[in-house]
Design a binder for this molecule. Structure first.
Ligand code: AMP
Length: 465
């Protein structure tokens, strides 16, 4: 489903098109419609879900169409409060981007920047103000801003705003805004404090929630393989060939990386395309169409570019680079195993990426084993390189040299799973996991003989490499 169903004006649709969006994200699907209808919204959504457009597009819609929102004159009509200066700038950029073809003015008001510039911008007049609470209060006290015309209020990342101690500032600001307004509260978590705040400032809100999913669909089988950074590309080619994967979405952390992977696959004779924000709209469309039609067996994407990808029948998701944020892991692997179909999610884990695996484990509440990929041997120079890397242990234990953990027969880095209980969850590690894949024809590594090191600087490590 596209953006056309929301009843947004052509000018706003043009802005969305110029931003390169074709498919609304889940939070946009849930929030835009009631927000356009004028409802108060309480939305549970994390950064990266597309939440900004979920409130900015309705603001643009209301202000540009002017339905009942005219406060007259130059007074600002919409206010977005954000906890940080960075987010404030980011949101204002989003307003400018989505509102490129709409004649509305916006300005950002945040601390650490000159007052004079902000006063001038406010004097010139702004329809939309994006502000951090402290600096906005400064302006209110100096009477350099008048909030009596505000008809739409957004609290973005409200939980963070409370964590940072802005609650009193927020209350004072809200007290200066007309009570006849539309209010939207966005928060990554909905705590008791957020509920209390919402009860005080929202009227009959529509609650929408995304991004809270912590459990990957049961239809997705997850595999983690150890992969020294330098041998990931060889492992990818090996895996694609060994498993006859048909429709594969590969995630790269960087745009440059995505291009490199795709070019290398092409050279190996594996039809592939890359999709990321540096590619033109038509290149992206071509890549996506080709992937959907089966012309490309592999689509290499960055997280951001992958947001608009809505392709059914992806058999494998491969995290070439393990994501830094667990939410991204859940989103990524959710691209396969859709609508009850089965799918495989494969994650390559380099030694220096173990900390991210630990984050995922904590988030999901499960431990995962990192195995050696059956039948794959990292090029010797990589193995050698690895042996010089000191494991990132703060546990006080002496980290084993990589060589110590070589598989007795293969000479490869051994994979093993610690028997211990998870220090935090207390759960027993699933060491009888069917996904444990010892090297074909070789004995399972002897865990007792091998040392382990913590995968996590916080001491919650148990995954061994
Ligand atoms: P946000 O959660 O609002 O910070 O958005 C995260 C990223 O997703 C931003 O880089 C947006 O540009 C991008 N984004 C938002 N909506 C869409 C969409 N419908 N399609 C593709 N990308 C999007």
């Amino acid at each position: 489903m596209g953006f056309t169903t929301f009843g947004l004006s052509d000018h706003i649709m043009k802005g969305i098109g110029a931003a390169g969006y074709t498919v609304p994200t889940p939070i946009q699907l849930l929030a835009i419609e009631p927000a356009v209808a004028g409802r108060d919204i309480i939305a549970c959504a994390q950064t990266g879900t597309g939440k900004t457009a979920a409130f900015v597009l309705p603001i643009l819609h209301h202000l540009a169409s002017g339905t009942g929102l005219h406060a007259g004159g130059k007074l600002p009509r919409a206010l977005v409060l954000t906890p940080t200066r960075e987010l404030c700038q980011q949101v204002q950029l989003a307003v400018a981007k989505y509102g490129k073809f709409v004649s509305l003015r916006s300005t950002s008001i945040y601390g650490g920047a000159g007052m004079e510039q902000q006063i001038k911008a406010l004097r010139r007049g702004a329809d939309i103000i994006v502000a951090t609470p402290g600096r906005l209060l400064d302006h209110m006290q100096r009477k350099t801003v008048d909030l009596s015309g505000i008809r739409i209020l957004v609290l973005d990342e409200a939980d963070r705003m409370l964590d940072m101690g802005f609650i009193n500032d927020v209350r004072k600001i809200i007290a200066a805004i007309p009570s006849q307004r539309q209010t939207m509260l966005f928060s990554a978590t909905i705590s008791a404090d957020i509920k209390t705040l919402a009860a005080n400032i929202l009227r009959d809100p529509q609650t929408v929630q995304v991004g809270e999913r912590r459990n990957p669909a049961e239809t997705i089988i997850q595999h983690f393989y150890n992969a020294p950074q330098g041998s990931k590309i060889d492992l990818l080619v090996h895996a694609l060939e060994a498993e006859h994967m048909q429709s594969v979405l590969v995630f790269s952390r960087t745009k440059h990386g995505a291009d490199k992977i795709s070019r290398r696959l092409e050279r190996t004779g594996i039809a592939s395309a890359a999709i990321h924000s540096n590619r033109t709209q038509s290149q992206r469309e071509k890549a996506l169409e080709g992937f959907k039609e089966g012309k490309f067996r592999v689509l290499v994407a960055t997280d951001i570019a992958a947001r608009g990808i809505d392709v059914s029948g992806i058999s494998h998701v491969i995290n070439y680079d393990i994501p830094q944020y667990p939410e991204d892991y859940i989103h990524r692997i959710g691209r396969t195993g859709r609508a009850g179909a089965s799918g495989d999610a494969i994650t390559f884990v380099a030694r220096e990426e173990l900390q991210y695996l630990t984050r995922i484990e904590k988030f999901v509440g499960k431990r995962y084993m990192v195995n050696a990929y059956p039948g794959f041997t990292a090029a010797p120079q990589h193995a050698q390189m690895q042996s010089h890397v000191s494991p990132p242990s703060r546990s006080g234990r002496t980290a084993p040299q990589h060589d110590n953990k070589r598989h007795p027969q293969s000479g490869r880095t051994a994979t093993h799973h610690d028997d211990k209980r998870h220090p935090q969850s207390g759960r027993t590690a699933p060491h009888n996991d069917k996904r444990y894949t010892p090297q074909p024809g070789r004995k399972k590594p002897d865990h007792k003989k091998m040392e382990s090191y913590s995968s996590d600087s916080g001491g919650a490590g148990w995954s061994n490499y």
